[in-house]
Design a protein around this ligand. Structure first.
Ligand code: UT7
Length: 323
């Protein structure tokens, strides 16, 4: 038997304020048509004044607990993937721990920008497999609206805020690739590409900074690296793209999502797409898409899922799991 991390609950939270592409036409030299055709984004949510990453993360986590029929006392650990925590420290995860009223266990953040949720899932799976935790709440939550340069049309129209959560539980499975739970992961980074996507500020440089991106350069890396990491993770699980029910990709650009599916030989009928409604929510995009995909009735128990993401670093990776 093999101890696997199985998803037993999902939840997501999107802030109330919805911003349609057309709103940017008033302040920027851009159009709804350009944003839609180049990225697939139609609208995104922005957090309210005073609404923080840990607020959104806690709401998503509460929904995942309710979905699983469990309470915070049943959770051993919280992992939050974010690049936009409320404060420099403590971690957003410890703030979520307190907001959930959880007084035991441990909590920490993972920072791998848009690949953060894949990194967090991989860490949570290892905590469960090693016996250090039996239930782990894995959350992706971001307030990228706080690090936008609102005069830079090439970035500020692309990102949004939100949070998604998965509750993982240790379950003994037969130990084959038909098991439920996380079957394989693949993580990569290459710091030589750090200048393609970064925030030009931080604690040791005395500013908060704004997101800077050479979008077309990131794009060039994306499809190849995403298809490659997804195939590597599938290979590790002893599976292939033909076995996949759903690709649940990082939601940055519909053209990247389509290109990756095509490179993997899969149809868009096998892809959960939320980019039109959420924009790019960085580490929150995959758990948001998983939770929405489940609510839509797309993702069902037993489905084989590949998640894949790439972002600043560059950092990229994939997780193969059976729902
Ligand atoms: O999540 C982390 C990983 N990030 C990504 O995966 C993002 C990857 N990149 C992308 O999604 C795309 O590269 C973008 C959507 C950012 C841009 O699409 P693109 O097809 O690569 O366009 P581009 O950057 O090559 O720009 C084409 C033109 C430029 O004008 P010129 O130089 O050809 O005259 C830009 O100045 O589009 C212009 N442009 C805009 N025009 C209208 C850039 N932003 C805008 C805008 N509205 N908002």
């Amino acid at each position: 038997m093999t101890r696997r991390a199985v998803v037993v609950g999902t939840g997501h939270y999107l802030p109330q304020r919805v911003v349609e592409n057309a709103e940017f036409e008033a302040t920027l030299d851009t159009t709804d048509e350009w944003i839609r055709s180049r990225s697939g984004i139609e609208r995104r949510h922005f957090a309210a004044e005073g609404e923080t990453t840990s607020d959104m993360a806690a709401k998503a986590a509460e929904r995942a607990l309710a979905d699983a029929g469990l309470t915070a006392d049943d959770v051993d650990a919280i992992v939050v993937a974010t690049s936009t925590p409320d404060l420099t420290f403590p971690s957003a995860a410890t703030m979520v721990q307190s907001k959930l009223g959880m007084t035991k266990g441990f909590a920490f953040d993972v920072q791998a920008v848009c690949a953060g949720f894949v990194y967090a899932l991989s860490n949570a799976s290892a905590l469960i497999a090693s016996g250090q935790a039996s239930r782990v709440m894995v959350i992706g939550a971001e307030t990228f609206s706080r690090i936008m340069d609102w005069t830079d049309r090439s970035t500020c129209v692309l990102f949004g805020d939100g949070a998604g959560a998965l509750l993982l539980e240790a379950q003994e499975q037969p130990g084959t690739n038909k098991d439920r739970g996380i079957l394989a992961t693949d993580l990569n980074s290459d710091g030589r590409y750090k200048d393609l996507l970064y925030v030009d500020g931080g604690v040791s440089t005395h500013t908060t900074g704004h997101l800077r991106m050479q979008g077309n350069q990131v794009f060039r890396h994306a499809v190849e690296k995403l298809a490659s990491t997804a195939n590597t993770a599938l290979d590790r699980a002893g599976l292939s793209a033909a076995d996949v029910d759903w690709i649940v990709p990082h939601q940055a650009n519909i053209r990247i999502i389509q290109g990756t599916a095509k490179k993997m030989g899969l149809s868009m009928d096998n892809v959960v797409v939320t980019v039109q409604d959420h924009g790019n929510t960085s580490a929150a995009s995959i758990p948001l898409a998983l939770s929405v995909g489940k609510d839509r009735g797309q993702i069902k128990e037993g489905d084989l899922i590949v998640t894949e993401a790439i972002g600043g670093g560059l950092a990229w990776g994939a997780v193969v799991l059976r729902w």
